[in-house]
Design a protein around this ligand. Structure first.
Ligand code: ADP
Ligand code: ASP
Ligand code: MG
Length: 414
């Protein structure tokens, strides 16, 4: 078989761990498989590099930041190739530009356009293990680009599509995809199979086990992902790359449940702007400068107008909170709203499930469970297959556990 194996920071934490990764690859190689390995930087390295850069420049998306961040993965591929060679395996490391992972030029969140599979194929034909740097690519002018945080998952899925791999295995420190983050909820249960569409929602809403864009790519290019643990030999969890069709059995989660999982995003801040004169275009005027600054506004709620005035509440990523506050203040002279309140530490807790499309009452059950636990809901947003609730971050873990219990996610075949 032709297999892509991706090892993230959680598997590449130390030289000892890199040794374990090499041993696992050696076992697959000995079974006769052709293996392309995609690796991330060692754990904490990308954050360390970002902190260094932040001391010198506040710009988050910049050509030079990508040059800096790409070094983390360069270290990893070299160390892993060395470890494999020590085990008597012919291994060869490649940077993104050497396998021509061609991307657009959006530094910090570049999109993959094509991959040149020829150099990889040549190595595989010689029986070598190919070790590719994840997270990085090159634009058509030869500049190094990076694919966004957690982007090695995307590199692996794209590589699997490019070489028409039989399997795309994503290894980390958990043995699969759970009903919620097992680090938060000890009753979390491993899911054997999940629709890519549900996984995409979970990942976009904070479940870090897979990067959202990698799941989107897998769905589009029909790559089946299997999430496994680097440190044991379990079967892992399969992400099935099909859309959940309307009608028939497929509207349910693959395990027959209405709710499949719970995710949380703790890097969220909430703004409430009161005393906005309720006239056509008011919301557009408020959000325009934020959009122009590429600030990602998420849950938005507007109160019904009272005496001609209304209040708007919304969330933004915590890292954008300061900039958002500045932009709002700059609007005050022209818009003349009242108070701007900022809650810097809120979290978005989300319930996801394909079966929610056909089942009323899911939201009510969530509200009741949180109410009984004395947890205030600050904002609510819903879509076909998810409900997101914004709560004070002090209650995040409790909210996740309460909801997990309320939907009995610990039990199979509810
Ligand atoms: P890597 O560094 O290998 O890319 P990550 O840290 O990005 O690994 O992802 C693995 C982590 O994702 C786990 O340690 C776990 O705490 C977290 N996680 C969050 N949500 C889930 C979930 N639903 N199922 C499994 N793991 C999850
Ligand atoms: N090293 C990068 C990051 O920390 C990419 C990855 O881990 O997938 O985001
Ligand atoms: Mg990751």
């Amino acid at each position: 078989m032709r297999i892509v194996q991706k090892y993230g920071g959680s598997s590449m934490g130390s030289v000892e761990r890199i040794g374990l990764v090499a041993a696992r690859i050696a076992r697959s190689h000995a079974q006769g498989h052709s293996i392309v390995v995609v690796v991330s930087a060692m754990q904490g390295e990308t954050d360390r590099l970002l902190k260094l850069a932040a001391q010198l420049s506040p710009r988050p998306r910049d050509r030079e930041i990508d040059v800096l961040l790409a070094t983390g993965e360069q270290v990893s591929i070299a160390l892993l190739a060395l470890a494999l060679r020590e085990k008597g395996i012919d291994a060869r490391s490649f940077l993104g530009h050497q396998v021509r992972i061609l991307t657009d030029n959006v530094h910090g969140s570049a999109r993959i356009q094509t991959i040149d599979a020829a150099p990889v194929q040549e190595c595989l034909d010689r029986g070598e293990v190919v070790v590719v740097a994840g997270f990085q690519g090159v634009d058509q002018d030869g500049n190094i680009t990076t694919l966004g945080r957690g982007g090695s998952d995307l590199s692996a899925v794209a590589m699997a599509a490019a070489i028409a791999a039989d399997a795309c295995e994503i290894y980390s420190d958990v043995d699969g995809i759970y009903t919620t983050d097992p680090a938060i909820c000890s009753r979390a249960r491993k899911i054997d199979r999940i629709w890519a569409e549900e996984m995409l929602e979970l990942a976009s809403l904070g479940a870090k086990v897979l990067q959202a864009r990698s799941v989107e790519f897998a769905l589009k290019h029909k790559v089946t992902i299997c999430c496994k643990s680097t440190f044991d030999d379990g079967d892992g969890s399969w992400v099935i790359p099909q859309t959940v069709t309307m009608g028939g059995e497929a509207m349910q989660g693959l395990e027959g449940a209405v709710v499949t999982g719970i995710a949380c995003d703790r890097q969220t801040a909430r703004f409430s702007v009161s005393g906005i004169l309720n006239r056509p275009g008011a919301a557009a005027a408020l959000f325009r400068p934020l959009a122009q600054d590429a600030i990602n506004v998420d849950v938005i709620i507007q109160t019904a107008p009272q005496d001609g005035y209304c209040e708007l509440s919304f969330t933004v990523p915590q890292v954008s909170a300061r900039r958002t506050a500045e932009l709002l203040e700059s609007l005050r002279p022209t818009m003349g709203f009242g108070q701007v309140r900022l809650a810097e530490n809120v979290a978005k807790v989300s319930i996801v499930g394909a079966g929610m499309r056909s089942q009323p009452g899911v939201a009510l059950r969530a509200f009741e469970a949180l109410g009984d636990a004395g947890i205030d809901i600050e904002l609510i947003s819903t879509s076909e297959i998810k409900i997101s609730l914004v709560v004070d971050d002090r209650f995040t873990e409790a909210a996740v556990r309460v909801l997990h219990d309320a939907f009995e996610l610990h039990a199979v075949g509810r």
